[in-house]
Design a protein around this ligand. Structure first.
Ligand SMILES: [Zn+2]
Ligand SMILES: [Zn+2]
Length: 279
């Protein structure tokens, strides 16, 4: 089986409104492409910060600008009008664990993706005003902080899946590379990951970005597999055409590392299904 659980029904543009995208017509565009590409389990995971309720967790100016939709309407739409699995991509905000838990408690999620996009007030995946590389030019500091925060996210127990787990590499050659062996930085996440019950996302989104690599790197993925963590396979699609993006490469990578099963979720219960295209 193949899954795509980290999927957005719209782009990250502020102009991509809920009214235009949380519709059965739009969902049909996604389900058609998913079935053409052999994706058996399709779920959606909108960004938590696009919902007003997220402002109870954090009032970062980027969130304030984005938080215009109603979380209950999103959940109600997915449950009542689609066959999609219901997920959410929730940011890990250190120190706000109780507030994140409160926010998530209200939802009937099939799964919760946990993402580290921000280090303090600065983001690892957006350019411009909030770009982390503006305030911290030392790549080893950025990478260390990112992986330490990822480990905390795992340890928090708030999430079913750690999304794009080495997102800090997103800019590829457009930002400085760490001087240290990346495994030094990966190790900073491992205690939290070892002690958690979280699945690790393998995401082909990195292939679409300047990094030109699957998230996470084979070395980091191997460390997570050695720790006994299961894999969740996704594309982080923001359009129907991005569903299952270059999955051949992800399936090959997973096969080369001996992964034969991937995770699926229902009502936050995880089970493993065989990995691969149905023959
Ligand atoms: Zn993300
Ligand atoms: Zn995403």
């Amino acid at each position: 089986m193949l899954t795509d659980l980290h999927v957005h029904l719209r782009s990250d543009d502020l102009g991509a409104t809920a009214e235009r995208h949380f519709t059965t017509d739009n969902v049909e565009r996604y389900t058609e492409v998913a079935s053409e590409r052999g994706i058996d389990v399709l779920g959606v995971s909108e960004h938590v910060y696009r919902f007003r309720e997220a402002l109870e967790v954090w009032r970062h100016p980027f969130w304030v600008e984005n938080a215009v939709d109603d979380l209950g309407d999103y959940c109600g739409f997915v449950r009542a009008e689609t066959d999609l699995r219901l997920g959410i991509e929730a940011d890990f905000v250190p120190g706000r664990e109780d507030r994140i838990a409160n926010l998530l408690e209200g939802g009937d999620w099939d799964y919760v993706l946990g993402s580290v996009h921000f280090l303090g007030d600065a983001a690892v995946d957006v350019g411009g005003e909030w770009d982390v590389w503006r305030s911290e030019p030392d790549p080893d500091k950025v990478w260390s902080r990112y992986f330490a925060t990822l480990g905390e996210a795992a340890r928090s127990g708030l999430f079913d899946v750690l999304s794009h787990p080495d997102l800090v590499k997103m800019w590829g050659p457009e930002r400085p590379s760490p001087g240290r062996d990346p495994r030094f930085h990966y190790e900073l996440a491992m205690d939290g990951i070892v002690e958690s019950d979280v699945a690790v996302e393998v995401s082909t989104a990195g292939l679409r970005k300047a990094a030109r690599e699957i998230y996470p790197s084979p070395a980091f993925l191997s460390m997570c597999l050695e720790a006994g963590r299961p894999v969740a396979l996704s594309s982080d699609a923001h359009t129907p055409n991005e569903l299952g993006y270059r999955y051949e490469e992800a399936v090959e990578l997973l096969g080369s590392l001996g992964v034969r099963e991937i995770a699926v979720f229902e009502h936050r219960e995880r089970r493993l299904v065989p990995l691969g295209w149905e023959s």
